[in-house]
Design a protein around this ligand. Sequence first.
Ligand code: IPM
Ligand code: MG
Length: 365
Amino acid sequence: MNVNIVVLPGDGIGPEVTAEGVRVLHAVAARFGHAFALSEALIGGAAIDRTGTALPAETLAACRAADAVLLGAVGGPQWDHPDAPARPEQGLLAIRKALDLFANLRPVSVHPRLTASSPLRPERLAGVEMLVVRELTGGIYFGERGRKQLAGSEEFVFDTLAYSEREVGRLVRVAATLARTRRKTLTSVDKANVLETSRLWRRVATRVVAEEFPDIELEHILVDACAMHLLRRPADFDVIMTENMFGDILTDEASMLAGSLGLLPSASLGVETGGATRMGLYEPIHGSAPDIAGRGIANPLAAILSVAMLLRFSLRLEAEARAVDAAVAAAVDAGFVTGDIAAPGETPRSTEEVGRAVAERVAAG
Ligand code: IPM
Ligand code: MG
């Protein structure tokens, strides 16, 4: 298969972890006989420094022409000042929006060897296998915002949470379609006791599932209760679907079930085109971790597992995706883990050692 993949390393630990993702992609290409054409482009703070904007037009054009995009992370304290004309995060939000990647898939599972890395008791973690489907191009991230000066010099600022029926409906269809391939239960998370957008969310979810997915069991749960149940009974959840900001917050929480933020991959998808490939953007859910950047100690597994999702969802190479997932599990079993998930007394491996261990296991088959 000849495909074109754009790599956007970004900032902080982004370049270190995407380098290991790329290493694993090369191992997959060699073992399965594919030709992956890889090219790099700028995004985030790195792009601001070089071009003045967080998403240069060239980067967007390269991504539009690609079969898939692998992204590291964006952001860092050097671009954080409140009056900065451009912010790294704008680049990430802009590319999600420009490519209409409205469905963000964030799987959460627990590797048995890593239960000690989770703050939860091991018996709570048995059987955890959930998929959070986060709406990614709407809600408060993209609503109208502004600031004005009130009488005196008091500042007044606002962000708006808005959703259309269409935006909710298409996300529900993606989540319900995925639920069909799993335990067929879908949990819709909202704040319908307070928010108008959540009441729309609940109505649309109920209607779409009843009309188009009668085989799926749908439950509704309020976001505050969901935050609690994720810790109390995490194994009960199958597919969770929710709006943009709730999904952002709940998935950082859910990463603690797996043991580290450094373990969770994601896929951001748009509409199905029916073509041989499906455009998608793949990135770890973690940020740029400036405090550990450049030290070679970041966990590359979220980036590598994002590569597995890229193979599965954009290139439709399921056997290759499984080979990567299996190689990650085998590397972890063999003790190739970074400091964030190393057991007490166990020597933490470097980012590169972990990446090589996975690539070797992909190559060996
Ligand atoms: C994520 C991140 C981003 C988000 C930030 C960096 C804008 O936290 O992908 O979860 O909030 O979507
Ligand atoms: Mg986040």
